[in-house]
Design a binder for this molecule. Sequence first.
Ligand SMILES: Cc1cc2nc3c(=O)[nH]c(=O)nc-3n(C[C@H](O)[C@H](O)[C@H](O)COP(=O)(O)OP(=O)(O)OC[C@H]3O[C@@H](n4cnc5c(N)ncnc54)[C@H](O)[C@@H]3O)c2cc1C
Length: 410
Amino acid sequence: MPAFSLDPEQITWCAELRALAAERLKPLAEKGEPGRVNRPLVAALGELGLLARLFDAGALDLCLLRESLAQVCTEAETALALQGLGTHPVAAFGSPAQRARWLPEATAGRAVAAFALTEPGAGSDAAALALDAVPDGRGGWRLHGEKQWISNAPEADFATVFARTTRGAGARGVTAFLVPSDRPGLGGEPLDMLSPHALGTLTFDGVPVGPEDLLGEPDRGFRVAMHTLNLFRPSVGAFAVGMAQAALDAALAHTAARPAFGGRLADLQAVAHRIAEMATRTEAARLLVYAAATAYDEGNPHNTADTDVPRRSAMAKLLATETAQYVVDSAVQLHGARALQRGHLLEHLYREVRAPRIYEGATEVQRTIIARELYASHRRERAREGAPYEEEPSPGDGRDTTSHAEEPTS
Ligand SMILES: Cc1cc2nc3c(=O)[nH]c(=O)nc-3n(C[C@H](O)[C@H](O)[C@H](O)COP(=O)(O)OP(=O)(O)OC[C@H]3O[C@@H](n4cnc5c(N)ncnc54)[C@H](O)[C@@H]3O)c2cc1C
């Protein structure tokens, strides 16, 4: 059943989160060094119990967390989400020893996590990843290669790293490892991004890993990636909705107050209609995000082929991130020049809002997933009705890199 409205406890919790973000987290975010991991901020997220909540909450709670923090402090939102993305594979697939070593540290905000899937040659087409896991002859492997655009790299204390253990096997030859940052041969560099996101490369020069570092089974690492991304995809939409709401609130306040042409900007119908459009699209995106998260919580995320979770998640991520871009851009327009001044909220949001349309599956990839799920459901429906089998065209054009449920894109 989709969530059409939140219950009173959830609404109160969101208000508390916004207050915490304003009073406790934003001051720490403002003291952080742009482009570097803000450890005091991560520690505060731990002290406030928000990181622990990541691992006992469902998808809807994760969305409410991300939306509420994003509305007030995008740095806190992003620090929280990245800690979740890097640690979720340990929580869901780690051995008792791995969980005992890393979960208390990660949830307290003392250890910083990363999720390392993307490579220079494998972004959307994550199944093409080439980080080489070479058997060491003693039951372990040596990792050789590079990861790129990895949030929290190279400063993270541990990373979930996806490496190729079987060549030529596509998604089925990938293994997930938990790699602590003190392993010999592990390096990396920070990258300077449009938005000052802590992000960089990881380089692997014969980094040793053993069976005790496995997350899940050898050659089943894409299951680990898919499980994590299916949970986090709607919540990227929630991050976007939070940013859209912040931009809308700012535009509403500004246009209601700004004198123009003998009245206020809000008196101009073109302005008022733009505000109405921004609000309507933001609300539509929010509802789609809540519905996708609820479907995840109520469905069986392990058996994605038999549920509508992938379609709903992709729709939510697609609509919310594109909507946020529209709403933030509109808010900039309605503010005029002041929005472009360095340090203005909208200058910040304008830079922040761009990346979510690219990561965790670009907008175009989400459309491919949606179309694939629609056609698959149509075929199942026809088969149930006893229709003769017909070859149906694959959606999209050219090579469909997302054609298997176990082949996610990063
Ligand atoms: C701020 C930020 C944080 C990130 N954090 C992480 C992280 O923590 N861990 C991690 O592993 N990665 C991370 N990434 C990397 C991210 O997941 C990749 O950038 C993303 O998967 C896209 O890969 P790419 O950049 O190589 O683009 P490409 O795969 O080269 O794609 C470029 C463009 O081609 C188009 N395109 C690609 N595939 C298709 C398709 N099937 N159909 C139609 N059009 C298509 C899209 O327009 C796409 O944007 C991060 C990226 C950013 C910007």
